[in-house]
Design a binder for this molecule. Structure first.
Ligand code: WAQ
Ligand code: MG
Length: 246
């Protein structure tokens, strides 16, 4: 699903909301309704354009364990941004790449997908401009997610679920070094840095309340084939599953 205001995205409309799920055929009505609800009551505004698409998944669905989770409590945006940079460096992203990637963000503040940033060349490599790359075909069944949330004393929040599913899928690819993210929703200021080694590192403040500029950057290294990486992000079906049931 994607929804925008003042016309479709491709005609300059403002991005309001996007979402993706994996559903059985019998559950499609409920699933489409969840996506409708998500976009119709959104803090970025009311959409006047929405597109919901569904298609059969023919490939087998790969199961992944959720990344480990930690919360870094900070007292200000500055402290949060410093923590984010330190975590990115720890994950293996050179400082110069971090600076350059932040400059891309300023240029494309209205993204509905993610920026792919190559740490070798220090360049954005996806050529998708304000569209970015949208990771799709991933989900986590609610009963299993709720068990996970209760165990880690995390809120049973769909937002946390969606972010952890995405971060788990993205970091599972060998070319991904790290991810940096915060929401474009004005009321949500917690973001994260994720990587295979660090897990999902939440940071309680990465922007000011009211700010509608979000961020999603995938730092990659040693990518031999960009189109197969994008194909993995957009098309490879993934289920996150935790605990015994895995
Ligand atoms: N694929 C690629 N990029 C995406 C996707 C996707 N499926 N979904 C969102 N984005 C990009 C897009 O540019 C959005 O503007 C930006 O990310 C932010 O998306 O407490 O809510 O869904 O642990 O607003 C993280 C912390 C919350 C959660 C992130 O992001 C927690 C969030 P939002
Ligand atoms: Mg958003």
């Amino acid at each position: 699903m994607r929804a925008s205001q003042n016309g479709p995205h491709e005609k300059g409309g403002k991005h309001i909301s996007g979402g993706e799920h994996i559903s059985t055929y019998d559950n499609l009505k409920t699933t489409v309704n969840v996506l409708l609800e998500k976009a119709l009551s959104h803090s970025r505004g009311n959409p006047d354009f929405m597109k919901i698409q569904f298609e059969t998944i023919a490939q087998p669905i790969k199961r992944l364990k959720p990344l480990s989770i930690d919360t870094n409590v900070v007292g200000s945006v500055e402290e949060g941004q410093t923590a984010a940079r330190n975590l990115l460096v720890k994950a293996g992203v050179p400082t110069e790449s971090i600076e350059k990637a932040y400059k891309e963000l300023v240029e494309y503040s209205e993204l509905r997908g993610a920026i792919l940033f190559d740490i070798g060349s220090g360049l954005r490599i996806d050529a998708r401009k304000e569209k970015g790359v949208r990771v799709s075909r991933m989900d986590w069944l609610n009963p299993n997610f709720e068990k996970w949330a209760d165990h880690y004393k995390m809120p049973r929040s769909q937002r946390v679920k969606e972010a952890l599913v995405l971060a788990t899928k993205v970091s599972a690819h060998p070319a991904t070094v790290a991810e940096l993210c915060w929401s474009d929703d004005p009321e949500y200021i917690t973001g994260y840095v994720a990587s295979k080694g660090l897990g999902y590192q939440r940071i309680t403040q990465l922007k000011e309340y009211g700010d509608e500029c979000g961020c999603r950057i995938f730092f990659v290294d040693g990518l031999s084939d960009l189109s197969s990486y994008i194909d993995y992000l957009e098309k490879r079906p993934i289920f996150v599953q935790w605990g015994e049931e895995c």
